[in-house]
Design a protein around this ligand. Structure first.
Ligand code: URP
Ligand code: ZN
Ligand code: ZN
Length: 461
């Protein structure tokens, strides 16, 4: 069989099945999946014996070179997507903030100007709505036509000028069913949180970075999720809770789904694996600050259960990298820490080690939450997130036996620290293939700047 690339002898995992087969690729597409496909006429053969072959990861929540908290996130569209490739992620979705004068589309086009020449993997954008006006419904319909059918609204970040009030949320949810889009919501309750922040700021010296935890108890997220769910139920809208971090939030989503409310949820590795005692370390605690902040063991457990049981559909990373120097801007005030963590590069190895190897999820479920569901929910399936004949040959060959100690110095991210520094992971991507092109070869990045394409999306769910 004439093909450009033949992946031989690996164990294929999709969201539904696992089987041993070869995959043949020509140009940018999968052209055959079968046993004992002949190597003779293949331009290149990768021996995947003993390896897992999965659809490339899709991280639907990243923030590269985001102006935020008085600085700009340290992974730009080049280093961020290079890190993605090295972590077996072949598509990312970043965010384009609405241009308050010229509209959502202008925001998308401006972000594309920055991203297009730099991206090493395929990418798309969600549009962040920060000002709801009479024009916004028109702006939304323009963005959908352009291929951006997912919008984000923030219940916090008044200082950044990003916050939406309940009326705007309600209006967006009302439209979401009519226009066929999904509204992603950062759900935290800002008014009460500010009250608590002001209280703990009086003790900022003694509480240090742990003030971030004290001022955001779990009800701050849960109350906001409840509110967003209520508006979704009464409007018949489509909601997606981003970076869900609490057990209470997970319970609320589960109940709402059982009642037929169209709400989906994602969580991130930091909420599955880290606990808030990290903030107590006087030297490094502030590095871990992110919004929502890292919670407790009980929350980790409940979120894992949510992934197993299905109320959590997606694991993304909310990658928003800040270096130690940037994090040092806090100068002892927990409200001034640039919020965010690196993550896209370690998503799959961490989920494999602490999910699959610990018996919490199957390998098929891993594929489902990091690739197939993201593609389906965000409107890229089956082009992305599948291993089917005729679809984009975005493939990760994962070595389940490659034990690695996470060390930021050996990662592609621009970050000079890692929340998982020194952690042992039991497997790592060995090859990453984007539209038939090997961009990580035997663990070495060999992709190029600007090779990634902007993916136009259309919702079907
Ligand atoms: O702290 C975070 N997560 N920074 C990025 C912005 C957001 O809320 O997603
Ligand atoms: Zn957020
Ligand atoms: Zn985010």
């Amino acid at each position: 069989m004439k093909c450009d690339l033949l992946i031989k002898g690996g164990k294929i995992f999709t969201a539904e099945e696992s089987f041993k087969c070869d995959i043949a690729i020509k140009n940018d597409k999968i052209i055959a999946i079968g046993k004992n496909l002949p190597s003779r006429e293949a331009k290149r053969v990768i021996n995947a014996q003993g390896k897992y072959v999965i659809p490339g990861g899709i991280d639907v929540h990243v923030h590269f070179e985001l102006p935020f908290c008085g600085t700009v996130s340290a992974d730009d569209f080049y280093t961020g997507t290079k890190a993605a490739a090295c972590g077996g992620v072949t598509t990312v979705i970043d965010f384009a903030t609405q241009d308050t004068k010229r509209g959502l589309l202008a925001g998308i086009e401006a972000r594309r100007k920055i991203a297009d020449p730099k991206v090493c993997v395929d990418y798309s954008l969600h549009a962040s709505i920060i000002r709801w006006t009479e024009r916004t419904p028109l702006e939304i319909s323009e963005a959908i036509t352009y291929g951006v059918p997912t919008f984000k609204m923030f219940m916090i970040y008044e200082e950044e000028g990003w916050q939406s009030d309940d009326a705007a949320l309600f209006s967006a949810l009302e439209l979401s069913d009519l226009f066929n889009f999904r509204l992603m919501v950062h759900a935290e309750s800002e008014r009460v949180m500010k009250l608590l922040i002001n209280h703990y700021l009086k003790q900022k010296k003694s509480v240090g970075a742990y003030g971030h935890t004290l001022s955001r108890p779990n009800f701050i997220e849960a109350e906001a999720i409840q509110r967003a769910i209520t508006w979704t139920a009464v409007t018949g809208g489509r909601l997606y809770i981003v970076h869900m971090s609490t057990s209470e939030g997970t319970d609320l989503v589960k109940t709402a789904q059982a009642e037929g409310v169209n709400v989906l949820a994602e969580t991130c590795p930091q909420y599955l694996l880290l606990q808030d005692d990290v903030f107590k370390d006087k030297k490094t605690g502030h590095l871990y600050a992110t919004c929502p902040q890292i919670k407790k063991k009980e929350d980790n457990m409940r979120l894992w259960l949510g992934i197993m049981d299905g109320e959590i559909s997606v694991v993304s990373t909310d990658t928003c990298t800040f270096t130690k120097k940037q994090k040092a801007l806090w100068k002892g005030d927990f409200t001034k820490i640039p919020y965010g963590l690196p993550g896209v590069e370690t998503l799959i190895p961490l989920l494999y080690t602490y999910g699959v190897c610990e018996g919490r999820i199957t390998m098929n479920r891993l594929v489902e939450v990091v690739s197939t569901n993201p593609a389906k929910i965000m409107g890229m399936y089956p082009q992305k997130g599948s291993l089917m004949i005729g679809t984009d040959a975005d493939i990760t060959i994962f070595d389940p036996k490659k034990t690695t100690i996470i060390d930021y110095k050996r990662l592609a991210t621009n970050c000079d620290w890692s929340p998982y520094q020194g952690w042992k992971v039991k497997g790592f991507p060995e090859y990453t293939i984007l539209r038939g092109n090997v961009i990580v070869d035997n663990g070495e990045f060999c992709g190029s700047k600007g090779f990634g394409k902007f993916i136009q999306r259309k919702l079907t769910l």
